[in-house]
Design a protein around this ligand. Sequence first.
Ligand SMILES: [Zn+2]
Length: 458
Amino acid sequence: MTLARTVIENCAVATVDEHDTEHERGHLVIAGNRIESVGPGPAPAGLAGVTRVIDATGHLATPGLVNTHHHFYQWLTRGLAQDANLFDWLVALYPVWARIDEEMVRAAARASLAMMVRGGVTTAMDHHYVFPEGAGDLLGAEIGAARELGVRFTAARGSMDRGASDGGLPPDFAVETIEDALRATEAAVAEHHDPAEDAMLRIVVAPCSPFSVSTELMRESAALARRLGVRLHTHGSETVEEERFCHELFGMGPTEYFESTGWLGPDVWMAHCVHMTDADIAAFARTGTGVAHCPSSNARLAAGIARVPDLLAAGVPVGLGVDGTASNESGELHTELRNALLVSRLGPHRERALTARRALRLGTYGGAQVLGRAGELGALTPGRLADVVLWRLDGLGHSTIADPVAALVLGPPAPVTLALVNGVPVVEDGRLLTADEQTIAREAATQARRLAGIVADA
Ligand SMILES: [Zn+2]
């Protein structure tokens, strides 16, 4: 049987392959769910089974963006605690988040995913760790939303067991017991995780953070993930307050604490990693531990500037993360490409800290690396999965920037003319094909009001 082929021609191509190969005017051939060929000039003549030919003049083709850290439910609590640092922000918001239910999470997940997908994200990730008793199937709600929108998805089943009465930040009624958290996580892997190379859905074990999770749950989570053969994710070294907390409680810094609980390794990636010593960076490099860099969220919560140039120089895998939209209201990943570059130049490395091409690499291949999918995603090379975005660069926002990669990274968010996930179109001419954006916006607003009402009545 001949696979259906889509031919894309006449566009600039940034492959983000190992040599950063680019074509000023090139082509892509997609066969089924994989990239068949990429190169300069027009596609080879005489291909069989061509069902669609796209003249992509004025566009840049890149790998689809890969998001490596998010909290979908926060879509319902954007714009709150606007001037707080991380700990004060958490203390203000945990009592609100503790009231979420399945209906709210579904609406928030649909909105979060829609925002990212229409902005060129083809692999989404969510770290969900708030599971109030009786709230329904929260993980199932977001998995359903990702399936419906047609986006590749990594669902990180989080957990918290250190409530306020144990010196943690979340209220007691928003945390689980160790046994419940581990049992539910194992069940989620059994029900949903697809280990296949072209999987649309993967599950990850993801206790929330050292200050909301007991040492026992951290240790047991690492053991569980390794027994099941899935990856591990958590928040790490985000703020100076967290560093202080670790020293006071454990007598060591966050990275030493992670190492002591089995949490460094090539199957682990952590969000933020802002406050890292040279020794911490060396430990991440030695163990292959990855980082989800979230520059907008770090700025919004006054957390600091992650040492991304040093992490990269040491060989640490680094991807980009939107983070939850209560700490990054933009909710789309282009902002992170741009801010990763800009913020890195405010740090000690100055002028050449990150280039536009390095920023694009973090948002694509780097993301695939930290999700453990570098062989399948994150670059436009023959044999990889067909997660491809065509960015329109001949309009008002970009037409005078001759370098297409600079136009994409430094310019305003570029319109997405086409986004393919697994070879299937999910966005065309800036519009979601899989759901109605206005309906999603309305439903999310309804659920945000419902949550605010429940909190006000509590
Ligand atoms: Zn986060």
